[in-house]
Design a protein around this ligand. Structure first.
Ligand SMILES: [Zn+2]
Length: 205
């Protein structure tokens, strides 16, 4: 065993490096930032899983940083060459699409790792353990109110996302109007929903 004994590269600790936002110039942990990459034609796109090879440019999940960076054409400086930039609207839409893809993937993980409760019985029995309650957009008014009241009483945050059909699919069921996510995944998902909310509320020009 020589002195080059290295920690195995397990996802997580190796990704903690700081990166600078090209909108506000503040440094943040890489996982807390949006990563942009450039394809060979110069088109800039969002690296959803922070895994695309090559140089990247980073942005906070903050519409003012994104707007600033586009206005000042900061990505072309970051990539040290000509780039084709999307419009603010298109870039925001692409970032939100990436967040949604991660949310769906994590709801699948929540199911497989038994960190998701869905169905009326499981939810009413386990609501005390739920760290985040997701309600379908098409959840009936009376169920929505009763679930929301239970969650509020327990101090559990509630988000509206997906439909009964898509939430059901994520849990291997035909139809689910609500999913209760347990910790630690609830914490990860809460952060994704906060990012989503701040970008969806962005003023469009
Ligand atoms: Zn920033």
């Amino acid at each position: 065993m020589g002195r080059s004994r290295r920690q195995p590269r397990i996802a997580g600790p190796s990704r903690k490096g700081l990166r600078t936002c090209i909108g506000c110039r503040r440094a943040s942990p890489r996982d807390d930032l949006i990563r942009l990459v450039r394809d060979p034609s110069g088109a800039v796109f969002v690296d959803r899983h922070l895994r695309a090879p090559g140089r990247g440019a980073h942005l906070c999940y903050d519409p003012s940083c994104i707007n600033n960076a586009l206005q000042r054409r900061a990505p072309s400086r970051a990539f040290q060459g000509p780039v084709t930039l999307p419009t603010l609207e298109a870039l925001l839409a692409e970032i939100i699409e990436g967040i949604d893809a991660r949310i769906w993937a994590r709801l699948g993980i929540a199911r497989r790792s038994r960190q998701a409760l869905s169905g009326a019985d499981a939810l009413s029995r386990g609501m005390g353990r739920v760290g985040l309650l997701i309600l379908a957009e098409d959840c009936a008014e009376n169920s929505r109110k009763s679930l929301q009241n239970k969650a509020n009483a327990l101090g559990c945050p509630v988000v509206i996302f997906g439909t009964a059909l898509t939430l059901g699919e994520s849990q291997g069921a035909p139809h689910r109007v609500a999913i209760g996510v347990l910790d630690p995944l609830a914490g990860v998902l809460k952060q994704e929903f906060e990012r989503r909310a701040s970008l969806s509320a962005a003023p469009q020009e």
